[in-house]
Design a protein around this ligand. Sequence first.
Ligand SMILES: [Fe+2]
Ligand SMILES: [Fe+2]
Length: 344
Amino acid sequence: MTSSRVLLTPTLTANVSRAASKGLYSSTSTGTGLRASYVALRPFNSSSRRNFSVSHKAQLDFFPPPRDMPNIKQTPASWPHPEATEQQLKAIQLDHREPRTLSDSIAYNMVRFLRWGTDLATGYRHDPNKPYVMSERKWLVRFIFLETVAGVPGMMAGMLRHFRSLRRMKRDNGWIETMLEDAYNERMHLLTFLKMAEPGRFMKLMILGAQGVFSNGFFLAYLISPKTCHRFVGYLEEEATKTYTYAIEDLESGKLPGWENLEAPEIAVKYWNMPEGKRTMKDLLYYIRADEAKHREIHHTLGNLDQAEDPNPFVSEYKDPSKPHPGKGIEHLKSKGWEREEVI
Ligand SMILES: [Fe+2]
Ligand SMILES: [Fe+2]
């Protein structure tokens, strides 16, 4: 057993004491020699030990104060997050776009295969009819692993479209920025979860391997068929929306007591501009789920467009602005994506 060195910042103290009062504080190491110590998580179940592990950041720098620099006051987010109302966040629905072409089917089956592999690796199961519960630790393992992968497509697509514009000496029509913003948003999800837990050594190795394989695979695939790649990400985001919806359901049905009163990290409060009184883990999951639903809309829409000629409908100005159209926020969210005829 490894004991946690807990640095008690005021927020952490509050979180820890709440967790301790429920008997939820535990610290342990896995059979593979990987640390898995965490605060505000349920007691560790030895029968559910996996190679993937997370250590709670409490030992390191839970909510570290911003560094005081002589000249810089603060560095705001490069892409400020669009505002969303509570009603909009709660209205997000699960949805699925049926594959219509061979390329859609390839993309969908690829996502199903990857989902099966990731579920196996991160010990994820979700069957309400079985007495199996995903613990807080297991959810965090899944979130962290998924978010390290989720940040790849946007950056790769943005980079490849940038290079394409340079070598063909043609305009990009506004796609690059949306792709980079997508990658930035996914990275903010990751950074937020890393304020709650730190991956163990084996998990870090798996993340390295997954990034190596996925980023190279996506790079090649995007050169061959960007349309299939956007559809693929659309399906991936359907799954991400599902993941966060199930986590919210677990939290709301009392299966994750360690998260019930957990406060969202400061990085999240600032990035999503979370209003006072709406800064808990549950609120955070609603914000992140809405982001995934937005990515689902963006990529399904881009998958419907002419990759070389069409402008990016998410940053375009419309001749009739009174008609609902794609934009940065989630006020007119279309979960299956906008059809080409609707927007171009
Ligand atoms: Fe994400
Ligand atoms: Fe996403």
